[in-house]
Ligand binder design. Structure first.
Ligand SMILES: [Zn+2]
Ligand SMILES: [Zn+2]
Length: 188
């Protein structure tokens, strides 16, 4: 069998395992299966499948029991952990892109530089610091929603997009000139 077909069937098996792990009994059985070194390929497949679904796994993957791996791959543990406990601090920083010395905002945490509007791809959801990407998130567009300017950011490295409220108040409000250029570009 060709290698790519082989990989495909492992991925299919991994998807089946993730989807089948809904009941506790199945989770226990499939988890034990993944803990068997014989099934390393399937274990990798489960991780790959989870990553495709946007799950970020812990670094020490080999230490994670199969049962938990499946739960993570299904996105359950992840989503509850992320949303319950975001870390968003309002602090000063030096911009990685334009080197602006940015003061803390004063009311809320910033997620982009007020001068060049860029940020780093460090979050999966705002404030969680769970992404390993580290690419530059560039402001590529702007939309108005309920009277607020929402910036559309896109990562140069992996292409992920996110929407972030422009901060027009506080210390060093966002560069309004640059924001208007974005909207012009968006319409042309
Ligand atoms: Zn900057
Ligand atoms: Zn990225």
């Amino acid at each position: 069998m060709a290698r790519s077909e082989d990989d495909k069937s492992v991925q299919q098996e991994a998807r089946d395992a993730i989807d089948a792990s809904k009941s506790r009994r199945a989770l226990k059985r499939l988890g034990a299966m993944l803990d068997d070194p014989k099934n390393a390929a399937l274990r990798n497949g489960v991780v790959k499948e989870g990553q495709k679904r946007g799950v970020v796994f812990p670094d020490e993957l080999s230490a994670v029991p199969g049962k938990r791996l499946l739960r993570l791959a299904r996105g359950r543990e992840q989503s509850s952990r992320i949303r319950a406990n975001p870390i968003a601090k309002d602090e000063s920083f030096i911009c990685n892109h334009c080197a602006a010395d940015v003061p803390a905002h004063g009311r809320t945490a910033r997620n982009h530089c007020p001068e060049c509007l860029s940020s780093l791809h460090v979050d999966e959801v705002p404030g969680d610091r769970l992404s390993q990407c580290g690419g530059r998130m560039e402001a590529v567009g702007v939309a108005l929603k309920n009277g607020e300017a929402i910036l559309l950011h896109q990562c140069h490295r992996c292409g992920q997009t996110s929407r972030n409220r422009a901060l027009l108040d506080g210390n060093n409000p966002d560069n309004w000139k640059l924001i208007t250029k974005l909207s012009t570009r968006g319409h042309s």
